[in-house]
Design a protein around this ligand. Sequence first.
Ligand SMILES: [Ca+2]
Ligand SMILES: [Ca+2]
Ligand SMILES: [Ca+2]
Length: 186
Amino acid sequence: MGNTSGATLEDMITCESHQWYRKFMTECPSGLLTFYEFKRFFGLKNLSESSDAYAMSMFSAFDMNGDGYMDFMEYVAALSLVLKGEVQQKLRWYFKLYDVDGSRCINHDELLLMIRSIRAINGAHNDMSAEDFVNMVFDKIDINGDGELSYEEFMEGIQNDETLLRALTQSLDLSYIVQRLQGEIP
Ligand SMILES: [Ca+2]
Ligand SMILES: [Ca+2]
Ligand SMILES: [Ca+2]
């Protein structure tokens, strides 16, 4: 039978995502992850309140159609984006991730919460405190100085600042989670 509608999915299931698919379907035979299963899936256990808020925000960013479940296509789309997407696509996704309350602006507390939670989850050591880092970001790219980063300020500001782009893509790095998925970290 004509199966052309499946081509997109097949295209996406390259060698690499085949591994992701196996893991996804093993742990989640229904093909839909709830938030609870999502945390178990990514090995996010015993989270502090702020890390839990970050995980929730990450879940919402994965759940692109907002139905409360993450399905396999959403999972592949998000991971492909994070791993191989264009800078602009990634930043758009990260903007959504950071805007915890969905107000279409990122305020100081939201950015601080995200940076702290990401650091806690990644277990990375950093020279600059999360507080200082967030202040630096706002100093640089909150152009109208209203204490919130609009979508335009975020996109323009980060893309036009080499240092910030590098710092953010490093602290936004999901490679820890990806390594975990690929079984490189038990
Ligand atoms: Ca969904
Ligand atoms: Ca917000
Ligand atoms: Ca602003």
